[in-house]
Design a protein. Sequence first.
Length: 288
Amino acid sequence: MMRRSYIFVLAALLMLSSCSEDFPYDVAGLFSPNGETVATRFQQSQAYNDSVGVQHLDMGSDDYIAYVCSDSHITRTTHANLDTFVAVYNAETHPKIAFHLGDLIDAQNNFACADSVLGLANGPMMVTLGNHDIYFKQWTIFRSYFHTSAYWFDTYNGPKKLDLFICLDSAEGTLGTEQTQWLKQLLAAKSQEGYRHIIVYTHTHFWKLDNSQEYTSNFALEETYDLATLFAQYGVEAVWSGHQHARQTVLFKGVQYMVTDATKDQEKGQSYMTAQIGDEVHYQYISF
């Protein structure tokens, strides 16, 4: 009798997920693989990066503002906080850049909506791949809109070199061998070029200090230690991430690891982060 009840509930959820466009979960997708592995995504990302070249953003100033959000988990009709984030970013009159640290969507077929919201931004908008963004074999769709999951860019003020930013694909809770080797080579080369700040940003957080977010995944212990050692060795100043839906700051080996709150509508403690970037970086969290 108990087994029949479970089957009935599951069947009802499957019907809801197929009939309601705003039902937030695709239950059928929970039983299918995520699709391409991190190695394949990295190779495809690098092919795209090679085809378009590296972005060198001239900020027009030594000082600028980074707007940072994560985990919007939007549906096709529920994205008020992400709308607000883009509107506030658009109203900023200082030199600026924006980042979304992954988990744009919560269900299938919402990337078109996410792209339309982020596409309203009147300045650079850097997008990171999250675990929800690859569920139900959606990497191909994400890629059609946002093209790449691992890349780097830097900022300038005229001829003056400013800061280096590196985006990593951590949607599976690991970088994989190829991406890790690329990161090592990139940091070894770029750390010698005199950047003011080196900032890494990704989706999955590195440290779990308590069980407030229950079973959110993070990197394996060995990979965390290796990457933390790598970041410290090559002068990474900060690592920005999301994923656990609760802000957190950890200082380890001189590197500041910062986790943002969620941007998801109706989530407890919603906020986004701003970073005033000059010779120093000053952070602030702003509630929705």
